[in-house]
Design a binder for this molecule. Structure first.
Ligand code: C2E
Ligand code: MG
Ligand code: MG
Length: 592
């Protein structure tokens, strides 16, 4: 029978098992004096029962016992979930080397040779308990470290490290069982805007909510439940910033993945309410599948990333599957970046100018300077392909300065040639706009070319001035105070909040081509453009309609009293010489 023993001041429980009652009694006597709760068992079966019932901190096992011997008990304890780390001391014959070896083989922690030297037994047990305590606290801190190392502290979701390891494991199983694995790379569109306008702390709480939203979606959304069909599993991790990753195991069917992605886009796009704010966020999702799109963690992640960027470039808020052709795009991107580094030094850029025609006087009154790049290696590259890369790499600052100087130099030539009040417009990237050196850069370009500031205009996109509005107003005022005109480019595509326009010291609105394309066929577009023109007139701003290609479009704009037209209908961007030639003669009347 098992006997419960001394209770006072007890810190640990020891289980001793021996079929020799004398040993058992002596052992019990020796140990109980030492603040230990001692349990005894007189055979292997009892020992095991006692272990399961009391989960003692340490076990002493005799080897030779009827029914279950000490080795067998030891091995059984080790199988128990909590028995893995319990110290087990085997009581063996001192010179019985085979037994000692066997004891270790069965998982014993140490051995105690018989005949037992009683005075040291208690010390030995205490020593082992101490070791075990240290081990347990180490294990605990390891668990804590694991939590820190594998889980994101903000959202509590698995982090990048954990995701990588889970994906590695999934790939290993999938390869063995010929199953597929799918990963979805989620990036929140324009998340920076939330941090910039409402602060990082608010941004963090939004991210936490989004993490909860995705977790809940994976557990409860009917589309997901149906697609997973009890066999597949889904888990979301946060990679950092506004990036999340979903891992789907056992997903053989692309249509199911598609259904989940579609549903996920609408789930994330639902408004998030926080502190009285309604935050609207959309995700761009890139999807890659094992084994089709990659065979390793790195390859799959890279391809999901490529697909995600593609989703973004397709207009955000959507999902894209990876395909080889996307990778070609990524290669093209890298190639452009490499070539762009030397383009300025190698003189590969030129400036073209596109006329802006006044509908009141039917004359070309100004031009927009547009950058052209012909790389000897890749050929002609469109600004929409290389400007974002130049912005990402910081090259835009030097390139932008080159454009500014070139445009001022050309404007001065036209002024000197007697073309009066002929203004040149230069695009400023948001990166340039934020730079402290911007004003000096513009001043120097004007000064070095002896160009009056009134003959220069800068174009800034709506989105570039929408962050840190107060600071941007200061900056725009500085530009205006120099005498340089300011126009808002691609107007209508950004915030579409018109109220702030009053606060900005601007001269011109350039209505984006997107509204002009169907202006003669789409009543909504026509109404928007008419409203923008009316608003601009109230605010005493000039309006330029961009991207006019047909006479029909021109007619509608004339009816709306639009001031100025820019578009292929009159001319593409052409060389400075071609502009000079165009200025020699009035425009053909039949054009209007
Ligand atoms: P943007 O400033 O809005 O320039 C107008 C773009 O629309 C130009 O494209 C122009 O060629 C094109 N466009 C003008 N009329 C028409 C038309 O009737 N139909 C069509 N389909 N397109 C028309 P481009 O030259 O390819 O430049 C694209 C964008 O690249 C520019 O848009 C501007 O944001 C940027 N960019 C160009 N040059 C520079 C530069 O020197 N610095 C910076 N930061 N950005 C530049
Ligand atoms: Mg422009
Ligand atoms: Mg534009």
């Amino acid at each position: 029978m098992i006997e419960n023993l001394v209770e006072n001041g007890i810190t640990a429980t020891v289980l001793i098992c021996d079929d020799d009652p004398t040993y058992l009694l002596l052992m019990e006597e020796t140990l109980s004096s030492d603040n230990l709760n001692v349990l005894t068992a007189k055979n292997g079966v009892e020992a095991l029962q006692a272990y399961l019932k009391h989960e003692p901190s340490i076990v002493l096992l005799d080897v030779q016992m009827p029914m279950l011997n000490g080795f067998e008990v030891c091995a059984e304890i080790r199988k128990h979930p909590k028995g893995k780390d319990t110290p087990i001391l085997m009581v063996t014959g001192a010179d019985d080397i085979l037994s000692i070896e066997s004891a270790y083989k069965h998982g014993a922690t140490d051995f105690l040779p018989k005949p037992i030297r009683w005075p040291i037994v208690a010390h030995r047990v205490r020593y082992m308990l101490k070791g075990s305590e240290t081990f347990n606290s180490l294990k605990e801190s390891e668990m804590k470290m694991r939590q820190l190392a594998y889980f994101d502290s903000l959202t509590g979701l698995p982090n990048r490290q954990k995701f990588d390891e889970s994906l590695e494991e999934s790939i290993w199983f999938a390869a063995k069982e010929q199953k597929s694995v799918c990963i979805m790379y989620i990036d929140l569109d324009n998340f920076k805007r939330i941090n910039d306008t409402l602060g990082h702390e608010f941004g963090d709480r939004v991210l936490k909510k989004i993490g909860e939203k995705i977790s809940k979606f994976l557990k409860t959304d009917t589309v997901v439940i149906e697609a997973l069909n009890n066999t597949a599993q889904a888990e979301v991790s946060r990679l950092g910033g506004d990036e999340f990753m979903i891992l789907l195991n056992n997903m053989p069917n692309k249509n199911d993945v598609k259904a989940i992605a579609k549903s996920l886009v609408s789930c994330i796009s639902e408004l998030v309410s926080l502190d009285g704010y309604e935050v609207a966020l959309t995700p761009s999702i890139g999807i890659a599948m094992f084994p089709k799109d990659g065979k390793s963690v790195t390859e799959l992640k890279k391809h999901a990333d490529v697909a995600m960027y593609h989703a973004k470039s397709m207009g955000r808020s959507g999902y894209r599957f990876y395909s080889e052709s996307l990778n070609e795009n990524a290669m093209k991107f890298l190639k452009i970046e490499g070539c762009l580094r030397n383009a300025l030094a190698n003189n590969e850029f030129t400036l073209h100018f596109q006329p802006q025609v006044c509908l009141k006087t039917n004359e070309i009154i100004s031009v927009e300077a547009l950058l052209r790049w012909t790389s000897p290696e890749i050929g002609v590259v469109k600004p929409s392909d290389f400007i974002p890369i130049a912005e990402d790499s910081g090259l835009i600052n030097d390139i932008g300065e080159w454009v500014m100087r070139g445009a001022c130099q050309q404007a001065k030539k036209w002024a000197d040639a007697g073309i009066e009040n002929f203004r040149v417009s230069v695009n400023l990237s948001s990166i340039q706009f934020k730079r402290a050196s911007l004003l000096t850069m513009i001043k120097n370009a004007l000064h070095d070319n002896d160009l009056p500031a009134e003959l220069l205009e800068v174009e800034i996109t709506e989105s570039a001035i929408m962050n840190d509005i107060d600071q941007n107003i200061v900056r725009l005022n500085q530009i205006r105070d120099m005498g340089v005109a300011i126009s808002i480019d691609d107007f209508g595509t950004g915030y579409s909040s018109l109220s702030y326009l009053k606060k900005f010291p601007i001269h011109t609105l350039k209505i984006d081509r997107a509204f002009i394309i169907n202006i003669d066929t789409d009543a909504d577009d026509a109404a928007i453009v008419e409203a923008i023109i009316a608003l601009a007139s109230t605010l005493k701003l000039n309006v330029v309609a961009e991207g006019v290609e047909t006479k029909e479009q021109l007619k509608v704009l004339t009816k709306f009293n639009c001031d100025v037209i820019q578009g292929f209908y009159f001319s593409k961007a052409v060389s400075a010489e071609d502009i000079t030639a165009l200025m020699q003669h009035p425009l053909d009347k039949s054009l209007f």
